[in-house]
Design a protein around this ligand. Structure first.
Ligand code: IPE
Ligand code: IPE
Ligand code: MG
Length: 252
């Protein structure tokens, strides 16, 4: 009997094919840091530290695989509702992460983007985020889009505001126009969305862009999600049949 996480035998056995189709844009809901730490008798903060460190390992493997853009969900508009200590710790980790990793990210040709609202974030962190984006804007090995203070609904509201401010008339509002007003409008829609930590929900992540993304959930907690896990997710993606509402040519 295939288990919950290997829905079909075909997916359970999927092996990664380096010459197969590679997702251009992958989104990752990096969930399970708290449970990872608790399972080790450590405070949640230790899980967030381990989780932040793990981005580097997965990013390097993504480059190896040939993925061109990675959007990582780091902090949601709903995460402000967590205890103040945890929120402050997450803010410090982002800031620390930029300070510690920016030189190497830049040297590796990583273009950093930020998706989310800067309003509400401390002025010094705003400055660090703007600086990282500006410094790496011409890099082209891979795009690391950090969804931070990000909500999919907030993003759509912000797009509507921008469109209305531009005085666009209702007849001219199209799906393309909405897409063009999203935070990272030059990225293609994600092909694959990975969620670690075992849940089967988007939690307000890329809700517009995910319309036809393939969804992959693994019980592995984010700090343990390694190179082999990323390859496995891509392998499963390679075995999916993306129809985009059409039917297969063979069935016409
Ligand atoms: C994901 O891990 C990181 C953030 C949401 C910032 P969690 O902190 O949600 O970990 P769990 O889900 O409680 O284990
Ligand atoms: C989603 O995880 C947000 C991030 C990974 C940053 P959550 O832990 O906040 O999601 P829920 O609350 O389980 O839906
Ligand atoms: Mg969680």
């Amino acid at each position: 009997m295939p288990g919950l996480f290997s829905r079909t035998p075909k997916e359970a056995d999927a092996t990664y094919d380096a010459s197969g189709i590679i997702p251009v844009h992958v989104g990752i809901i990096m969930d399970g840091n708290g449970r990872w730490a608790r399972a080790r008798g450590m405070p949640r903060a230790a899980g967030h530290r381990a989780g932040t460190k793990n981005i580097r390992r997965v990013l390097i493997e993504a480059v190896e695989i040939g993925i061109k853009a990675l959007t990582v969900y780091a902090f949601s508009t709903e995460n402000w509702a967590r205890p103040k200590d945890e929120v402050n710790h997450l803010m410090r980790l982002i800031s620390q992460g930029i300070q510690d990793e920016l030189d190497e990210l830049d040297a590796r040709g990583v273009r950093i983007l930020h998706s989310g609202r800067l309003a509400g974030v401390s002025p010094s962190l705003q400055e660090e985020i703007r600086g990282a984006v500006a410094r790496t804007k011409d890099n082209d090995v891979i795009t690391l889009n950090v969804a931070f203070n990000y909500g999919g609904r907030a993003e759509i509201v912000d797009a509507i505001k921008a469109i209305m401010r531009a005085g666009v008339s209702p007849e001219d509002v199209t799906e393309e126009l909405v897409s063009q007003h999203l935070y990272a409008s030059d990225l293609p829609d994600p092909d694959l969305i990975i969620r670690t930590g075992g849940e089967f929900r988007l939690s307000n992540f890329l809700i517009w862009q995910a319309a036809y993304a393939e969804f992959y959930s693994t019980p592995t907690y984010w700090p343990d999600f390694d190179e082999a896990e990323l390859r496995k997710a891509v392998a499963v993606f390679q075995h999916r049949d993306r129809r985009f509402g059409k039917i297969k040519d063979a069935e016409r």
